[in-house]
Design a protein around this ligand. Structure first.
Ligand SMILES: Nc1ncnc2c1ncn2[C@@H]1O[C@H](COP(=O)(O)OP(=O)(O)OP(=O)(O)O)[C@@H](O)[C@H]1O
Ligand SMILES: [Mg+2]
Length: 274
């Protein structure tokens, strides 16, 4: 599998805080790479660097051999990389359809297949929002708004899609549908990096998983390898010498595969309404 997206020793410091600290990664063409790690690990910051919205302190990200980091967000979009936001950001006063048209308008210049509105409706149809095209984003459920966020990104025609917690906060049924959608997006030719705290979702759909903790990459491998990695278990559950004393309430009851564990299928963290 050839590397489409490459991160080379990416660092992003906010003053003395090393939000991303010397992280290197690759994403193959047609691959889904999961990106996990505890709160504040630097996942979203890595996306911001890769998508060009914040400059790296050091290092760089390349798409197909051309640098995408350190440029403005719209130039990165033109090069073929687009991210969604952890807190969804639709244009509240534009209809669902118009939101997608904005993505199309500012997206990667292409040969242009037919009318933009037909293209946008095609994406809404694929994403399952065609019947909501003329509603406002605020009329959608959280799952609908997350779908819209992905539709807007897809409308830019990305070769690489960065998904930031699109499953978190959804019901199990909605989450399962979203995972299926992510697979379909990949099958249609878009390579994906997905940040996710909903472990059964990210572990079920990812070809490989990379784990960050305190800005550092602590593990990378297949989902099966990563969930057994001692540093990953420690990052999520704490070290033995962090164990609660007799007075502490237990936070998980059934060992490394219990609730909150990367392998458990439980949510390490959920945001009720991003
Ligand atoms: N613009 C900023 N200025 C200063 N510090 C920041 C900024 N953005 C992020 N940080 C800090 O950088 C660290 C990494 O944050 P980031 O949002 O990338 O983590 P995350 O892994 O996405 O966490 P979560 O799972 O909670 O979304 C945190 O300590 C955060 O407070
Ligand atoms: Mg984040």
């Amino acid at each position: 599998m050839s590397a489409l997206l490459v991160g080379e020793s990416v660092c992003k410091y906010f003053g003395g805080l090393r939000a991303v600290d010397d992280v290197s990664f690759t994403l193959g063409e047609g691959e889904i790479l999961g990106l996990i790690g505890p709160n504040g690990a630097g996942k979203t910051t890595l996306f911001s660097v890769a998508a060009g919205s914040v400059p790296a302190t050091r290092g760089r990200v390349l798409l197909d051999g051309k640098q995408v980091s350190g440029k403005s967000g719209h130039r990165s979009v033109h090069q073929g990389i687009c991210r969604t936001h952890q807190i969804v950001r639709p244009f509240a006063r534009l209809s669902v359809l118009d939101n997608v048209l904005v993505g199309h308008h500012y997206g990667r210049p292409g040969p242009g297949h037919g009318r933009p509105v037909d293209h946008a409706m095609g994406i809404l149809d694929f994403i399952g929002l065609a019947d909501r095209a003329h509603q406002l984003p605020g009329e959608l459920t959280l799952a609908g708004r997350k779908r819209l966020e992905v539709a807007r990104a897809l409308a830019t025609g990305p070769r690489v899609l960065l998904l930031d917690e699109v499953v978190a906060g959804l019901t199990p049924v909605e989450a399962q549908r979203f995972v299926e959608l992510i697979r379909q997006i990949r099958d249609r030719g878009t390579s994906i990096v997905m940040i996710e705290h909903v472990m059964h979702a990210v572990m079920g759909v990812s070809d490989r998983v990379m784990v960050l903790d305190h800005g550092r990459q602590i593990a990378e491998g297949t989902p099966e390898q990563v969930v057994k990695h001692p540093q990953v278990i420690e990052a999520y559950l704490g070290r033995d010498d962090d164990e609660p004393n007799d007075h502490d309430e237990p936070t998980h009851g059934d060992g490394p595969m219990g609730a909150g564990d990367p392998a458990s299928g439980q949510h390490a963290k959920e945001k009720p309404d991003a």
